[in-house]
Design a protein around this ligand. Sequence first.
Ligand code: GRF
Length: 222
Amino acid sequence: MKQRPLKAAVLISGTGSNLKALIDAVALKGLNLDIVHVVSNRTDAPGINHATGTGIPVTVISHTGFLNREAHDTAVASVLQESQAELIILAGYMRILSEEFTRRYNGRMINLHPSLLPLYKGMDTYNRVLLSGDSETGASIHFVTAGLDSGPVISQVRIPVLPDDDASALKTRLGPIEHKLLTATVGLFCKREIGYREDAVLYRGQPLEQPLQLDPDEMVFN
Ligand code: GRF
């Protein structure tokens, strides 16, 4: 028997191409996900437009109008609470989160990061990969904990760094592969195959020793 769709909220700050990938996967490919809310911390985030016409409620909560980080996070949390989201997906949400917010969603919030974590936490990953002379890079999806980009890693995808790559070329090549990684990984959540226990990822009920390594050509979710 098919499970009911998993309720998820997606948090964005910018382009929202990963939000679009999720919306398309639901509409066109049967991803068993119910995107119950989109939250943006930027009024001008182009990604907001991807939700327009889909019926997905969007709330913009600009971080500029709050006294501090905690107050902004509390406002976001009250929208998430109302939405009844079971999974919180950070898809290009460019905010450092308060400890209280990460604790509240411990084991229920994931982030997409453009590097092979634990390498290159934080910003400007592409240039740092190039400066280090790495032969490969990739993207990771991890549970969000209090440390920046530090929670247990669920899944990764790898791509080679090519001799002529600059940061922009790497980003362009990685983008569509990130979309697949995100939809495939969210698909595992929709099948209830991913869980969380004591700072560890559970995959089909067992602790995951290493992040799932997904093949960009074979990533599927149903
Ligand atoms: C992605 O590269 C993701 O890895 C990073 O932010 C970017 C978001 O892109 N966290 P978009 O806004 O989904 O297009």
